[in-house]
Design a protein around this ligand. Structure first.
Ligand SMILES: *Cc1c(COP(=O)(O)O)cnc(C)c1O
Length: 423
């Protein structure tokens, strides 16, 4: 039996309608921006394996550091014990974050990093004896798939089966010139009940790479601070260079109270989540009263292997050539965006740093809409490129090591698709 047959006997894949999905592509090896299938087919990983991979696959430096760590210490309970890799990662991460971030709380993935952030905020007010338990979030937000993270995400097809069980959240539109003052009054009116405001900074990834301006985010963050509403900056997707700066919050002057990381944190090598917070938040949990403890932890909290891959990824992230690559990709994207911006088959072309999104016209009926997505997905796969459109939005989000030649090849295939697909 081949890998696909064996897979189909025993595996249930994520976000996959198992009845109608195409058979999965069996990948047996990765190198740099490429993935290699069982039959030898080479693919360019233009979506960084679900946005996680930033330095390329099977990176030798990360592999070496992980191998060294495996021989030293694979895991240890993190309550009552600590280890050098977790300490060093916390030190080095805090050193590159806004200087108000003072403490690191480890978990397993982006969703758990968000769960921890939400619990920190709600218990912050609870510990201070205030009844502020409402959360503010953006329409169409995506913060993960566990229940708390789902609750602060926009209500959608993803959440429909669970909507009645999700806690109530106040949703607002993305800010712009015309609604910003209304949004601010809305926040002022609710401030006595609002525990926190959670947001994806600058880019709403899952919603379809929807982008908004840093200056309005800055205004909202400032307003929240003035009104006593904590801010949670979910950098799970945007962290580690995606938006052209190390973190998306580096595009704004305001500093968030809490930040969440995962995806690029380990270079896409291991599952790891991090929630960081200010001294003020941390201190609200210090007490002789045990009930004020943050009662949260996972078996694999601060797993040394995951922490070592994050440290190795950080080494590469801080090298000058990585910064140069981020700049190079951003410039290539911008030039290509200009070239195709007026194509009549495209409704919108938008870019933030290394993220380029092309929104296709969908025609009038929605069945065409969904088939367009599948047609485009298949088209690029056949051309040896992994692009996974979000509905009618095709986006390119490559590992930073991608070559100019591979970027040009992807752009040329997109131009060809613009000629051959759709009406
Ligand atoms: C992917 C994502 C998450 C969830 O991360 P997982 O590791 O998939 O649980 C949370 N927030 C944002 C902004 C994301 O893009």
């Amino acid at each position: 039996m081949g890998l696909v047959e064996r897979d189909q006997k025993v595996i249930w894949h994520p976000y996959t309608q198992m009845k109608t999905a195409l058979p999965p592509v069996p990948i047996v090896r990765g190198e740099g921006a490429y993935l290699f299938a069982e039959d030898g087919t080479k693919y360019i990983d233009a979506v960084s394996s679900w946005w996680t991979n930033i330095h390329g696959h099977a990176h030798p430096h990360i592999a070496q550091k992980v191998a060294d760590q495996l021989k030293q210490l694979e895991h240890v309970i993190f309550a009552g014990f600590t280890h050098p890799t977790a300490i060093e990662l916390a030190e080095r991460l805090l050193a590159i974050l806004p200087d108000n971030q003072q403490k690191v709380f480890y978990s397993d993935n982006g969703s758990t990093a968000v769960e921890v952030a939400i619990k920190m905020c709600l218990q912050y007010w609870h510990n201070r004896g205030l009844k502020k338990n409402k959360i503010l979030a953006f329409n169409n937000a995506y913060h993960g798939d566990t229940f708390g993270a789902m609750a602060v995400s926009g209500r959608s097809a993803f959440t429909a089966a669970f909507d009645s069980l999700l806690f109530e959240v106040e949703f607002i539109d993305l800010p712009n010139e015309s609604n910003i003052s209304n949004l601010k009054s809305y926040i002022s009116n609710l401030k006595s009940q609002l525990a926190c405001f959670i947001f994806e900074p600058l880019v709403q990834g899952s919603a379809g790479m929807i982008m908004y301006e840093a200056k309005y985010l800055n205004e909202l963050m400032l307003h929240c601070r003035q009104e006593g509403v904590l801010t949670i900056d979910d950098e799970v997707f945007t962290g580690f260079g995606r938006t052209g700066k190390p973190f998306a919050c580096n595009h704004v002057d305001e500093k968030p109270d809490i930040m969440c990381f995962s995806k690029g944190l380990t270079g896409g090598t291991m599952a790891l989540g991090v929630t960081t917070c200010t001294k003020q938040i941390f201190e609200a949990f210090l007490s002789d009263d045990k009930l004020k403890t943050l009662f949260h932890g996972h078996s694999f909290t601060a797993n040394p292997i995951a922490c070592s891959s994050a440290l190795a990824s950080m080494d590469i992230f801080l090298e000058e050539h990585t910064n140069a690559s981020i700049k190079r990709i951003s410039e290539q994207h911008a030039a290509f965006a200009d070239k195709i911006r007026d194509n009549p088959k495209l409704k919108n072309v938008r870019q933030t740093g290394t993220i380029l999104a092309l929104e296709w016209h969908t025609g009038s009926n929605t069945s065409y809409f969904s088939s367009l997505r599948d047609v485009l997905y298949r088209y690029f796969l056949d051309a040896g490129i992994i692009l996974r459109p979000l509905g009618n939005v095709v986006y390119i989000l490559p590992p930073y090591c991608i070559s100019n030649a591979d970027l040009e090849y992807i752009y040329s295939k997109i131009e060809q698709a613009l000629v051959e697909i759709g009406d």
